[in-house]
Design a protein around this ligand. Structure first.
Ligand code: TEU
Length: 560
């Protein structure tokens, strides 16, 4: 496979339709809202939209519980609206990648309704059913959303596996008929003209023997069982390889060792994976995300640099800070304590990520520097993950107090990313004329698209420039990677080289100015001939021997 592929040069924009743009007054965003905002996305310069699920769903997990893979959720519109969106996007040269959620379906999917109806139903084996053990579940497998991953079904007395919510039964990929049904469904969408898939928890589709055993024993995690690569190769042969598309697998268990199996240059499985290591740096090693452990730049540098170096020449990276499962990057890794620092640090984070090797993903609102939600109570929240964790850790095990839990929810909860897109300073930030399904972040009067689109100093304009630079400078797409000043606790500095060009990226992750950086720390043979490509302060500090002074949250990107 040649090294030139459109998805390597592309920038992806993720839309969480529920929170993007409502055009009906229902308080819920929809497909026509996305179509209406295509020109905004075209102006930003993105190439691909990743659309979070728009399929029919009871919305226990906001569309990640699908009850019909080939129908649109009526809250979002109709299939004709989808077709129009696809056509209008293509007209503007924007591709659309759909979310593929096939580790599990909704318990309202007809497949599951049939499957649970009797022990000998032909679809029984499309899901994972086991007898209990000694009056309890088959084994100790736990759900990502807290508690046992097994739910007893009174109808037949057996348990079914759910790695996520109770209403998200896992599909049985060991069954060839099920695989065929999934591949047929994917083919149907691709024949409609969509441009690829983002594959939800694709690393969990193959279950290890211990997780399937009804022996009351210890179950290994379902994430990362090597058998999954057989399924992905089959999917690739039967479906993906027949189309010119982009595929990205969400794989929280992926390591720099396994990523090339998924996303190697042989193209046998998917084009890239979403790895998770950098999203865990501020989680407590024991309690996970529900106890905030603080941000450590050294860890972040180590992780991202390891991925950059290990995949170079072997596999392709995806680059992201934010998505619908993560808190807002500017609040998490930057600084939203003042307007000035918010703008500076949002830009710094953007440059830090977008100048790396890989395909960058922008999550809706990130390009405006949208911040975490100031939600104070559980009533403000909507996320099943938060509710289950609260029930388990505060009410159940009692390992966290209410206040500790709410602190973690505010810092790391998924609803931070799910507040409505801030379009303007009008009612509900221009998101909806009705009552939004989740609260609007009150800072929308200052943080909104309308205030930023025409402002050359805005976060939006900065993203626009970064996207443009990627198109103009092959070193950004193809260069190798070298971390500089690895032990510096405030600066993240790296260099990239390609065909005689060098890119130098300097990012200050602190609110302090950093002095005493010598050109020799950054360049191999003096700083002469360098050109400032982009920065978040007006120009360089007027000083001899620059760049010796790096200002709070400053970023500067040089080319030579
Ligand atoms: O996410 C999978 C996943 O790994 C997350 O659940 C993650 O572990 C969690 O958010 C961290 O707190 C995917 C989807 O992106 C997510 O929205 C779904 O809820 C989940 O799968 C189930 O489909």
């Amino acid at each position: 496979m040649s090294n030139k592929q459109w998805w390597k040069e592309a920038v992806v924009y993720q839309i969480y339709p529920r929170s993007f743009q409502d055009t009906s007054g229902s308080g819920i965003g929809g497909l026509n809202g996305v179509t209406q905002r295509l020109d905004y996305l075209k102006d930003l310069g993105i190439d691909v939209i990743w659309l979070s699920p728009v399929y029919k769903s009871p919305n226990v997990d906001n569309g990640y519980d699908i009850s019909d893979y080939q129908a649109i959720n009526p809250e979002f519109g109709a299939m004709a609206d989808f077709d129009r969106l696809l056509a209008e996007a293509h007209k503007r040269g924007i591709r659309i990648v759909m979310d593929l959620v096939v580790n599990h379906s909704s318990d309202q999917h007809p497949w599951f309704i049939e499957s649970r109806s009797s022990l000998d139903n032909p679809k029984r084996d499309w899901y994972i059913w086991r007898d209990g053990f000694a009056g309890g579940p088959p084994n100790d497998l736990t759900s990502v959303f807290s508690g046992s991953a097994w739910e007893k079904d009174e109808k037949t007395g057996q348990y079914y596996m759910h790695n996520f919510a109770v209403a998200q039964p896992d599909l049985n990929w060991a069954n060839p008929e099920l695989r065929k049904a999934v591949f047929d469904m994917m083919t149907w969408w691709l024949d409609k003209g969509i441009d690829g898939f983002r594959m939800d928890v694709i690393d969990a589709i193959a279950k290890p023997a211990s997780a399937l055993a009804a022996n009351g024993g210890k179950a290994e995690t379902c994430f990362g069982n090597p058998l999954l690569h057989e399924y992905l190769k089959e999917m690739n042969q039967k479906v993906l390889s027949r189309y010119d598309i982009m595929t990205v697998g969400e794989a929280s268990s992926a390591t720099v060792k396994t990523a090339p199996i998924y996303a190697g240059h042989d193209g046998a499985e998917v084009n890239m994976v979403f790895q998770f290591e950098h999203t865990w740096i501020d989680h407590d090693p024991k309690l996970g995300k529900w106890r905030y452990a603080g941000f450590d730049l050294l860890k972040l540098k180590e992780i991202l640099s390891r991925w950059q170096t290990a995949l170079h020449g072997k596999a392709w990276n995806s680059l992201y800070w934010d998505n619908h499962d993560q808190p807002r990057a500017v609040s998490r890794f930057g600084n939203d304590s003042t307007e000035e620092l918010r703008v500076l640090s949002a830009k710094m984070l953007a440059a830090c990520l977008h100048m790396m090797e890989g395909t960058p993903y922008i999550y809706q609102g990130e390009e405006l520097g949208m911040t975490n939600a100031p939600f104070k109570t559980l009533d403000d929240c909507r996320d099943v993950e938060i509710f289950n964790a609260y029930r388990d850790l505060v009410k159940g095990k009692g390992v966290l107090t209410h206040d500790e839990m709410m602190d973690a929810v505010q810092k790391l909860g998924r609803d931070n990313a799910r507040t409505p897109m801030q379009w303007d300073a009008g009612v509900n930030a221009g998101f909806s004329t009705g009552t939004p399904w989740i609260g609007v972040n009150p800072n929308y009067k200052t943080v909104n698209a309308a205030a930023q689109i025409q402002d050359p100093a805005s976060v939006f304009s900065f993203y626009k420039q970064l996207i443009k630079l990627r198109k103009e400078r092959p070193v950004i797409v193809h260069g190798d990677y070298e971390l500089l000043l690895p032990n510096d606790k405030r600066l993240f500095v790296y260099r990239r080289n390609f065909e005689g060009k060098t890119l130098l990226v300097i990012c200050n992750f602190s609110a302090e100015k950093v002095e005493g950086i010598k050109p020799a720390d950054l360049w191999k043979n003096g700083a002469a001939g360098r050109k400032l490509l982009i920065g978040n302060y007006a120009g360089e500090p007027a000083e001899p021997g620059e760049p010796s002074l790096i200002r709070p949250y400053e970023t500067r990107v040089y080319l030579r």
